[in-house]
Ligand binder design. Structure first.
Ligand code: WT7
Length: 589
């Protein structure tokens, strides 16, 4: 979506009365029963009391998510069902988790990891990934989860910036870790290594086999680090959002009220822990609540997805619009083969869910996915549609109780209903990022609108208080729900020997929300060809990540820049859409 300017009126769907409503039966028994009443009086202090640390003063996520359940009636409850549909189908109880995460913690300590150290995880989605992340918490270190599809440049950027001292990875993935460029990285702990280890490597299996079943958590304060997730902005390389232990208060309560999780749920969050949804709602929210989770490995496959719901009798499903649309395009015959009646609630995150996809999911499951809006930096869901209330289809929702999100102009003044503006949040919600890792200036940029945390999204609010997301207000690309910074892709492109200049934008796409489109100026003597397009796209795929590679490339004479050398992506978007380019008085000659 191109950048809409703040202040323009948007025809409010509630005024035009064309909007359809998702109506709820009166009998729905949601955890959050009366949004309006609760939102008026809710106090986060009441949630703190749900954690043992509120009594003991001793804080560690792993205690609240694992250990306290292991010694309770939930001890033998399944925490994790896992299958890859091929070789592995496993289950782990909270007691198993207590043992295994203790063993990993022992190994990490043995290898020299200390409280506050950053430890990378670069693994496929397997039980070991989850156990490792929790084991890292047990030693009071800070996990830096890397998505398994990252290639060398992406891996280097993140491990180098975080100065990770150790990375838990696999023999297949380790070749993408450029150790020579990572002086802080002392050891690779390899899951599934066979044969001889190289220097600076250790075997996960060999070491945990000899480790004890109990390691006391390193006790922390609520202000100590929890996790770092790297995310992209419109400028520069990806940056690390550091969250604090206190964030668990937000994860817990949103998992209870927005995901509506209950003790007897079988919950399936489809996100990988390489992204914040996969930790906040794949680990922290559900497991601090003691809920049973399902994780599947392997590639996206519609048959397997519906099979997962049927096999594990999934009751609560948290996924993303691109996934819903991909299931939709695979057709109705697949879901018809499976029993999906176990489902009782569905949520969506990452990009706006279009009404067509919402209705299709409702058609096959009987349930409309509920929006949850949030960001890597916010750590927790902030604007949601709740299970107990009616909502206009297409809206993003209302602020989570105890938080305040709204729409303001560039000066920070709230705009009238139906007027487009900046989507902002009042600072101070429980899981607001603590800092941008070692980059105070970047952190400050989020507070450029006085009094507010600026999301970078534009939105409007209607007369009833529903917020409607309208797109990014900056150049950040959302492709298949993943956030990609144009600068990172441009940097990867210009590293190709044929490329002189590159400018990158998000182009609207029916399935992926946006796809990455690159405008490339070739070096002298290089001839444009389809073959070269493919070669350039593959180059980004192998160096950065598949999801960050341009799906479309246009060769141009020159990439439009301002006189100070900034790429004018607004002009690229206009070119792409065949629209007038507008004011180009700042463009270089
Ligand atoms: C951006 C944050 C944190 C979850 C995964 C994405 C967009 C997120 C929604 C939604 C419309 C959404 C926004 C936001 N976004 N959820 N429900 N409706 N847009 O995290 O990668 O940090 O991206 O995703 O543009 O700013 P992220």
């Amino acid at each position: 979506m191109s950048a809409p300017s703040a202040g323009s009126p948007v025809p409010s769907p509630t005024e035009t009365a064309v909007v359809e409503w998702e109506r709820k039966p009166k009998s729905i028994d949601a955890n959050l029963k009366d949004y309006d009443a609760v939102a008026k009086t809710f106090d986060w202090k009441t949630v703190e009391r749900e954690f043992d640390w509120s009594k003991t003063g001793k804080v560690n996520l792993v205690h609240e998510a694992v250990d306290r359940h292991a010694v309770s009636s939930r001890g033998t409850k399944v925490a994790l069902y896992y299958t890859d549909f091929e070789r592995r189908s496993e289950e782990y109880t909270f007691q198993d988790f207590k043992k295994l995460t203790s063993r990993v913690a022992h190994v990490l300590k043995q290898l020299g990891v200390k409280k506050g150290d950053r430890v990378g995880t670069f693994l496929p989605r397997t039980p070991e990934l989850y156990i490792t992340i929790l084991g890292i918490h047990r030693v009071g270190a800070i996990p830096v989860p890397l998505f398994e599809a990252f290639m060398e440049q992406a891996v280097e950027d993140r491990l180098s910036d975080s100065e990770a001292v150790l990375c838990v990875t696999s023999p297949a993935l380790k070749s993408r870790i450029p150790r020579a460029k990572l002086p802080a990285l002392k050891i690779l702990l390899l899951v599934g290594a066979s044969g001889t280890l190289e220097s600076g490597e250790a075997s996960y299996e060999q070491l945990i086999a000899k480790a004890p079943d109990w390691v006391e958590p390193e006790w922390l304060t609520v202000d100590d680090g929890l996790v770092i997730h790297y995310t992209s902005g419109s400028t520069g390389k990806s940056k690390g959002a550091l969250h604090r232990q206190y964030a668990m208060v937000g994860h817990y309560q949103t998992a209870k009220w927005a995901l509506d999780l209950r003790d007897d749920d079988v919950y399936w969050c489809t996100a990988d822990p390489g992204w914040v949804t996969g930790t906040s709602y794949g680990i922290y929210g559900p497991w601090t609540l003691g809920i049973t989770s399902v994780v599947i490995g392997g590639r996206f496959d519609p048959e397997r997805w519906f099979e997962t719901i049927q096999r594990y009798k999934v009751t609560m499903w948290y996924s993303a619009p691109t996934a819903y649309r991909m299931l939709m395009s695979a057709g109705e015959t697949i879901p018809k083969k499976y029993d999906l009646k176990s489902l009782r609630h569905i949520c969506s995150v990452g990009e706006p869910l279009n009404p067509e996809a919402l209705k299709w999911i409702k058609k096959i499951t009987g349930l409309a996915p509920h929006e949850t809006w949030w960001m890597t930096e916010t750590g927790m869901q902030l604007i949601c549609n709740y299970r107990s209330y009616d909502f206009p289809i297409g809206c993003t929702g209302k602020p989570f109780p105890g938080t305040y999100a709204t729409v303001v102009d560039d000066q920070g003044k709230e705009v009238a209903p139906g007027v487009l503006g900046n989507l902002v949040v009042k600072p101070g919600w429980p899981s607001m990022m603590k800092e941008i890792w070692r980059n105070a200036a970047k952190y400050q940029e989020y507070f450029r609108i006085p009094g507010w945390y600026a999301s970078g999204d534009s939105a409007f609010k209607d007369e009833r208080g529903y917020i409607w997301y309208q797109g990014r207000a900056d150049d950040v690309i959302k492709t298949a729900g993943e956030r990609v910074g144009p600068f990172e892709v441009e940097s990867a492109l210009v590293a190709h020997p044929a490329v002189a200049e590159a400018g990158v934008i998000g182009k609207p796409d029916a399935v992926r929300g946006q796809i990455i489109k690159a405008f490339v100026a070739l070096r002298k003597g290089r001839q444009p060809s389809d073959q070269l397009k493919k070669e350039i796209a593959d180059f980004v795929k192998t160096n950065l990540a598949a999801h960050a590679a341009p799906r479309e490339i246009d060769f141009v004479e020159k990439v439009p820049k301002t006189r100070s050398g900034k790429i004018m992506r607004r002009v690229l978007r206009a070119w792409d859409q065949g629209l007038p380019v507008g004011d180009i008085s700042t463009m270089e000659e």
